[in-house]
Design a protein around this ligand. Structure first.
Ligand code: C2E
Ligand code: MG
Ligand code: MG
Ligand code: MG
Length: 282
């Protein structure tokens, strides 16, 4: 009895593992095809200045809709791209496509003060990444001062010196650099001394809890004061409720991003939104 149950369990386990490996390979292959074809797209999520409610920028977020499975979260396919050696190519596609779409927006006579692009560690470690970014912008006639790159603390763990040098280069070229998901990585405070940052982004998890839990509220307040003292811009991400917004405002936060204001949207929607808000004098 016990023996056969054990054997069955073993077989079942083995079977499900190989299924998992097969699923992963299939997903990786599909991502490869999406990247080679035109299976990826971009969304833009506006950032809002609290005092005026005006749109002060937008973050570029990559999207993938699998032909059978439908939309897959970047929280799944970005790590997959990293594990399977596709990240540099995927990141280059994002940067190029973002520049193409932003130049289209500017050509339509619309202003957008700033555009943020996420960079993963593999992109930062890519040889000549600073030149690649500067060249791509130049090709589309775009100014570096309009762009900011978002990096996470975890991307600094392995080759800290290489990454900090790249970020330094980016700042020298006129780009902004934001520390994304701030507060969730390791040694946050020691990195703040070494990193050539222009912006801190408070992680959504603190914002979610800040109206329920006083510890989270204190952390948010502390990060806001820290940014002020270090002369960094501050963005609170994941703002979904009026209560969160009001509390952030009281605490002196100036910029927010979240579903309360705007969800990520495609270029056409962004153009519509910006032309109506430009017209209404925002
Ligand atoms: P992130 O850079 O921290 O981006 C913010 C994420 O929070 C986005 O998820 C956005 O859609 C979501 N978000 C914004 N406001 C709210 C809100 O009010 N509530 C909730 N629940 N979520 C909100 P998304 O687009 O699924 O992206 C997930 C992560 O994938 C990003 O986190 C970023 O780390 C990565 N990612 C996305 N696009 C790119 C890209 O083009 N390149 C790289 N390297 N990473 C990317
Ligand atoms: Mg980001
Ligand atoms: Mg973030
Ligand atoms: Mg995040």
């Amino acid at each position: 009895e016990a023996k056969s149950a054990g054997r069955n369990t073993f077989c079942f386990y083995n079977h499900s593992m190989s299924n998992q490996a097969r699923d992963r390979l299939a997903l990786e292959q599909a991502l490869r095809e999406a990247l080679a074809g035109d299976g990826l797209s971009l969304h833009f999520q506006p950032k809002v200045t609290l005092a005026t409610q005006a749109i002060c920028g937008a973050e570029v977020l990559v999207r993938w809709s699998h032909p059978v499975l439908g939309p897959i979260s970047p929280a799944i396919f970005i790590p997959l791209a990293e594990r399977s050696g596709l990240m540099v190519e995927l990141g280059a596609w994002v940067v190029n496509e973002a520049c193409r779409q932003v130049s289209e927006l500017l050509q339509a006579g619309i202003t957008l003060p700033s555009v943020a692009i996420n960079l993963s560690v593999q992109e930062l470690e890519r040889l000549g990444v600073a030149e690649f970014l500067a060249d791509t912008l130049e090709r589309y006639g775009l100014q570096p001062s309009m762009f900011e790159f978002e990096v996470t603390e975890t991307s600094l763990i392995h080759r800290e010196k290489v990454v900090i040098d790249v970020l330094q280069r980016l700042r020298e070229q006129g780009f902004g650099v934001a520390l994304d998901d701030f507060g969730t990585g390791y040694s946050s405070l020691s990195y703040l001394r070494k990193l050539p940052l222009s912006t801190l982004k408070i992680d959504r998890s603190f914002v979610v809890d800040m109206t329920e839990d006083e510890v989270s509220a204190s952390i948010v307040q502390t990060i806001i004061s820290l940014a002020e003292n270090l002369n960094l811009h501050l963005v609170a991400e994941g703002v979904e409720t009026i209560e969160q917004r009001d509390r952030l405002m009281e605490m002196g936060c100036d910029t927010v991003q979240g579903y309360l204001y705007y969800r990520p949207m495609d270029l056409q929607e962004l153009i519509c939104l910006l032309s109506s808000s430009n017209a209404s004098g925002q």
